[in-house]
Design a protein around this ligand. Structure first.
Ligand SMILES: [Fe+2]
Length: 445
């Protein structure tokens, strides 16, 4: 009896001690977490020995090459890509092409990492490849990616306006929905303000979390916005060049923010609109460069992507330097479509925009869009044909021969805006409005 009572007391004592001990440990842990969080020490996306942030970029010849970047912790000094045409039999993985990456140490604020970059050339056009990156025991999974085809093949691409905020909350569903509707896309265009603070490692981490394997599957064409620059100066995000490998064919001093690529009969040009707005020198450089690209353009189609729109939906905004510099060139060389961001709404216009000659409408379609949840509180303007505010959007575009088909979807998947452009010899493209319930509603307002 005494023994039973003693045991019971002991159990009670142990339970109570354990309870207090647990509470104490929990309290200390919580307090430490608060302290760490306040001091900014906690890194939700720390680099490890396994590759992360694996991103494909467009190259200057996407039909025969791919560019891949990834990140590891700083103790990993080298890395490789292994690549082969996709096989279904896992026994056939024996002899992939292996290429060593250029691996560079990266130190920024409290972060130490290694960024790895590799361009694989000599690939076959229109071919599904499988690849992985890493080394030793730390390889990524195998990803699939398809090289671009040749002139005349059907082209598909996704265009996203500002992601910027909500990268781990409300933005992921948008890029995932776009991918689900167009998994065959040849590339994804990002029209700047991809993150909110260009030097925030956490935000880039959220972007890669949000897009996950899509970044590693479809080459990205990233164009910078004002938020990829430090607010107090002209310094591009410290992460931009280490984490992307974009075509090296832009003007000096602006490389990998200004660049172009030709994909299956369409020339894609990225302009650095922030530097146009900020610097006379960079404006002139880009003007000469764009003029030359448009003058010597063998492609049937041309799309230009940048951040600051020629025409705004916000009464306090007017990017006159961009418009005055490039609109005469776009008119002269018949640019087909211009894809922009910055204003945190959706608007698409052509009919009410003045063309190159008096009393003619523009032959170029201008679009601004937004993929993330940051929205403009103002929405007005007389230049657009279709538009809406407070709507996360994604755009899917295909080009086949003389027809470009454009579709803009709400995040929830409803088709909001659609039109076709049809090439006409010696004349501006014919624009055919496609009937969508949403378009009718907006046009009739
Ligand atoms: Fe912006």
């Amino acid at each position: 009896m005494r023994s039973k009572s003693f045991s019971a007391s002991l159990i009670l004592f142990q339970k109570s001690t354990w309870k207090w001990l647990s509470a104490y440990v929990l309290a200390v842990f919580s307090w430490c977490s608060v302290l760490y969080a306040q001091s900014g020490v906690v890194n939700p996306f720390p680099p490890g020995s396994s590759p992360d942030r694996i991103v494909l970029n467009v190259t200057s010849d996407p039909s025969t090459s791919i560019a891949v970047n990834w990140r590891t912790c700083d103790t990993v000094k080298t890395g490789y890509i292994e690549i082969l045409p996709a096989v279904s039999d896992p026994r056939e993985l024996d002899n992939p092409l292996r290429k060593q990456a250029a691996s560079k140490p990266f130190t920024f604020q409290t972060l130490n990492a290694t960024y790895h970059s590799v361009v694989v050339t000599g690939l076959l056009p229109k071919t599904l490849y499988m690849y992985r990156v890493g080394k030793g025991n730390d390889w990524s999974e195998w990803f699939h990616t398809r090289t671009a085809g040749v002139n005349g093949d059907k082209l598909s691409f996704i265009y996203l306006g500002d992601a910027q905020v909500g990268l781990k909350t409300l933005w992921p569903r948008v890029i995932r929905a776009a991918y689900a509707k167009m998994p065959e896309a040849n590339l994804i265009l990002y029209a700047g303000d991809i993150v909110n603070r260009g030097n925030s490692d956490n935000e880039w981490g959220e972007l890669f979390y949000g897009g996950s394997f899509i970044h590693s599957t479809i080459p990205g064409m990233h164009s910078p916005g004002n938020h990829e620059y430090a607010r107090t100066g002209d310094t591009l995000s410290a992460f931009w060049q280490p984490q992307f490998t974009l075509p090296d064919n832009g003007p000096d001093g602006l490389k990998e923010t200004c660049y172009y690529t030709d994909v299956q009969g369409m020339r894609f040009i990225s302009i650095n609109s922030y530097r146009v707005e900020e610097s006379d020198d960079d404006l002139q450089k880009q003007k000469r460069w764009v003029d030359s690209l448009l003058r010597n353009n063998p492609n049937q189609w041309t799309a230009v992507v940048f951040h600051h729109p020629f025409y705004s939906i916000r009464p306090t905004r007017d990017n006159a330097r961009m418009r005055n510099t490039f609109k005469p060139l776009f008119d002269k060389y018949n640019v087909d479509i211009v894809l922009q961001g910055h204003d945190h709404a959706y608007a698409r216009g052509r009919k009410k925009i003045q063309g190159a000659r008096a009393n003619t409408a523009s032959g170029t379609v201008y679009v601004l869009s937004v993929s993330g949840p940051k929205m403009s509180s103002k929405f007005e303007g007389s230049w657009f044909d279709v538009g809406t505010d407070y709507t996360q959007m994604y755009q899917l575009i295909t080009v086949e021969g003389t027809i470009l088909r454009y579709k803009a979807y709400k995040a929830s998947g409803e088709l909001f805006d659609a039109f076709d452009l049809v090439k006409q010899k010696g004349k501006p493209n014919t624009l055919i409005e496609k009937d969508t319930l949403q378009t009718r509603d907006v046009i009739s307002k």
